[in-house]
Design a binder for this molecule. Structure first.
Ligand code: DLL
Length: 435
């Protein structure tokens, strides 16, 4: 039996979705123009007025918003309602500059939690489930977002937050959790830790996982599914649009359905800003159609991906986004070649290594160097130098075949690479320190 959280909306005919989006867009542009002086100035400079937005396609007349604008308006410059109407603030970690502060009215929280509830139901969740939320709680949106969604579904919610892996495993075992929500890297770590404790995948009650907040490959998905004995679903979102739940996977797992009644998605050429046709890869841009407090119009996410409207057999009509390849600013240019960390991750897992690795880039005598530190599992570990050198050579050739550049591979001892309980940091680019 197919299950939806809000069937009428999730399976709405495409023409109806577009009509709904058009209605909401017109209202939203007016709301922002009237209440956010910063965006009004941007629109005035472009010579566009709310009345000029008559159809969905007119959205291309509107100016983009980027992280730059959020920094310029920090902390309250994008607020579109009186502060007293807001009930919550969430924020990004601020590792790449000033934090982004997102504010929510109760209506905004409700729609955000609905989005997360849809994701949980799409992953097979119901009021019979026990949902262990091991995303961080606090300013990060992961914990509270999935927590709220789980409540709406009526599932028994375990607000674990991230970390304390022993306790995570104990709760999975003792309380018989059925759905685990955390980052994919933390899921891999929990799977590894269970194995170390002699808990076999069939010995735990988990049957699904809802993992996101960082890029992860199909190989990583299979690895986690095997180690935890579950089906692993992807979930996407960002603080600027509310948090997790902007898009989610259904049982088909062929891309994530974007909650189009709340978010209008575009793909643009990151260089020119031109809107690209469906199926072409580019930068994902979101417009929040009905958020009240922090309604960003045409927000440039810097995430690179592809949209498709191909019919999905789950019955949902929402457009799907493929797994994002990473942020445009995650792309490394090494000796003139574009490299995404996810390409390296795919090869490592295909070659039978666990997803414990660190990528280091440096510049020596004006030439970029690429070093990949890959951890051996206890089964792979050997202290025979010849055997290690052979394995390193083989892995190096496999990565070179994909990237076109030679990496220096360093196979390192089990447990020597730090595990992640949240978003994994796997790249150290020392060139940035030199610039
Ligand atoms: O990571 C919200 C979230 C929490 C999503 C829990 C999913 C689950 P931020 O910290 O603002 O918000 O980071 C947003 O993370 O622009 C992407 O680059 C990346 N990201 C999020 N989900 C995925 C995913 C949360 N499923 C940024 N695949 C986004 C790839 C993702 N990247």
């Amino acid at each position: 039996m197919k299950r939806y959280y809000q069937k009428d909306i999730e399976t709405m005919p495409v023409e109806q979705i577009r009509a709904l989006q058009e209605e909401k867009l017109k209202k939203q542009v007016k709301h922002v123009y009237e209440h956010v002086p910063y965006y009004r100035d941007l629109m005035d400079k472009k010579g566009v007025k709310p009345e000029d937005i008559k159809t969905l396609d007119d959205i291309s007349k509107l100016p983009f918003i980027s992280k730059y604008d959020l920094r310029e308006t920090y902390p309250y410059g994008m607020l579109a309602v009186p502060l007293k109407d807001c009930v919550r603030i969430q924020s990004t970690s601020g590792t790449t500059g000033k934090r982004v502060i997102a504010y929510y009215t109760q209506h905004d929280i409700d729609l955000w939690e609905d989005c997360c509830a849809r994701a949980i139901v799409a992953a097979g969740g119901s009021d019979e489930d026990i949902v262990q939320v091991a995303y961080g709680y606090g300013l990060f949106t992961g914990g509270f977002g999935l927590n709220g969604g789980s409540h709406k579904v009526g599932s028994l919610t375990l607000p674990m937050s991230s970390g304390n892996t022993d306790r995570q495993i104990q709760f999975i075992q003792d309380l018989k959790a059925t759905i685990l929500c955390c980052t994919p890297s933390y899921a891999a770590y929990i799977g590894e830790s269970m194995k170390e404790r002699g808990i076999k995948p069939k010995d735990n009650t988990l049957r699904a996982g809802i993992f996101g907040a960082e890029p992860w490959t199909e190989e990583m998905r299979r690895d986690i599914e095997k180690s935890l004995g579950i089906k692993a679903y992807d979930i996407y979102g960002l603080t600027e649009t509310s948090g997790p739940g902007v898009a989610f996977e259904c049982e088909e797992q062929k891309g994530m359905h974007i909650n189009e009644d709340h978010f209008y998605a575009e793909i643009i050429d990151p260089e020119t800003g031109e809107v690209l046709p469906e199926g072409q890869e580019g930068e994902l841009v979101f417009t929040s159609l009905d958020k009240e407090a922090f309604p960003l119009l045409r927000y440039r996410t810097r995430d690179l991906c592809v949209l498709t409207r191909e019919k999905c057999s789950c019955g949902r009509t929402f457009i799907r986004m493929k797994k994002p390849r990473g942020r445009s600013d995650d792309m490394l240019i090494i000796r003139g070649v574009n490299v995404f960390p996810s390409q390296i991750e795919s090869v490592l897992l295909q070659e039978g290594y666990a997803p414990n690795y660190r990528i280091e880039i440096d510049r020596v005598n004006n030439t970029d160097t690429l070093d990949v530190y890959v951890e051996l599992s206890p089964d792979q570990f050997t202290d025979t130098v010849g055997a290690i050198t052979d394995m390193e050579r083989k892995l190096s050739a496999a990565i070179q075949a994909v990237l076109g550049i030679h990496p220096n591979i360093h196979l390192v001892a089990p447990k020597s690479i730090a595990r992640s309980e949240g978003k994994a940091v796997r790249v150290v680019d020392r060139r940035k320190l030199l610039d």
